[in-house]
Design a protein around this ligand. Structure first.
Ligand SMILES: Cc1cc2nc3c(=O)[nH]c(=O)nc-3n(C[C@H](O)[C@H](O)[C@H](O)COP(=O)(O)O)c2cc1C
Length: 302
């Protein structure tokens, strides 16, 4: 896939595909909308999203509030311009009794319209959000999704998204499953249920997933581990705590081919994407590179 630039707004920012043109105008090199479930759902009761301003962080337990796949599909089709890669983040309904079937239905529906599909198996806020963290269940799911993709006219690229709260041995098992299923890319990572001791905000005790600055080290460490473990053979999307160009460049050097962010926009505003792009370009020049790909995973070579 060709990306005009490596920076984008991450999943959850535009759950209903209502602002694809806006995300492009922010300067996103690609757009990922969703999470989308087959049927509309209202998500968890409010309040469900909290600022942790002193920590430059957020905690959310949105619970996949979204208008459902039919409404979202129509908007994805209308917005597809064939140039900026457009992806859809997929999730099972919270009350689904067959979450694998939900993913299959979503892949069937979105394959012809999207450039990539992200299988989110790492949401901490939904009853079915993490059932595929079981390696056997994930293997079975990916086998079935690959068959669905092959049967589809679109057959888009498939990403999987993991959370940082995994033991090393568990992460290794999941990576083996993903490599065996020839996953096209891995997004690292979702929010964390951990609460670092450094948190200052009164909202630190809220239930849900923590994002923003306190997630940066944890998420980047996971990226490093996965890059090393996969020898750079699988493209990685680095997300978690990117608040500046320096953070984005650190993710790239740790192994990310692309970078996404959400909470940074809350604290730095919508100009952040442009600022990061310029900063990355400057850092590449300073380091003597003519192409971003030369910096991907650099840490592991020096
Ligand atoms: C309010 C909110 C909603 C989110 N919803 C989703 C979602 O639906 N699917 C998903 O894969 N990630 C979701 N995320 C996770 C983000 O895509 C991202 O992985 C995480 O916030 C870490 O990045 P950040 O520190 O730049 O925010 C959500 C995050 C927030 C803050």
């Amino acid at each position: 896939m060709h990306f005009a630039n490596p920076v984008a707004v991450s999943a959850g920012f535009d759950k209903n595909a209502a602002a694809i043109a806006g995300a492009r105008r922010l300067g996103s090199g690609f757009v990922e909308i969703g999470g989308v479930t087959p049927r509309a759902q209202i998500g968890n009761p409010k309040p469900r999203l909290f600022r942790l301003a002193p920590d430059r962080a957020a905690i959310n337990r949105m619970g996949f509030n979204n208008e459902g796949s039919d409404a979202v599909l129509a908007r994805v089709q209308a917005a597809q311009n064939g140039s900026t890669p457009l992806g859809v983040n997929l999730a099972a309904n919270s009350d689904s009794t067959d979450p694998a079937n939900d993913f299959i239905a979503l892949v069937e529906k979105f394959a012809p319209a999207a450039d990539f599909l992200t299988i989110d198996v790492s949401c901490p806020n939904s009853a079915n959000g993490q059932v595929f963290l079981d390696p056997g269940a994930l293997a079975d799911l990916l086998t079935r999704l690959n068959a669905t993709r092959e049967a589809s006219s679109g057959a888009p690229v498939m990403f999987a998204k993991l959370a940082p709260d995994l033991e090393d041995s568990h992460l290794s098992e999941l990576l083996d499953v993903m490599l065996a299923a020839k996953i096209d890319a891995i997004t690292l990572c979702n929010t964390t249920t951990a609460r670092p001791d450094s948190l200052q905000s009164n909202n630190a005790g809220e239930r849900g997933g923590l994002s923003g600055a306190p997630l940066f080290e944890m998420a980047t460490e996971m990226l490093r581990k996965v890059y090393a473990r996969t020898n750079g053979t699988v493209p990685l999307i680095g997300v978690g705590g990117v608040m500046s160009g320096a953070d984005a460049y650190t993710k790239i050097r740790a192994g990310a081919s692309l970078v996404q962010l959400y909470t940074g926009l809350v604290y730095e505003g919508p100009g952040l994407i442009q600022t990061i792009k310029h900063d990355i370009a400057e850092r590449l020049t300073r380091d003597g590179f003519s192409n971003l790909s030369e910096a991907v995973g650099l840490e592991h070579r020096s």
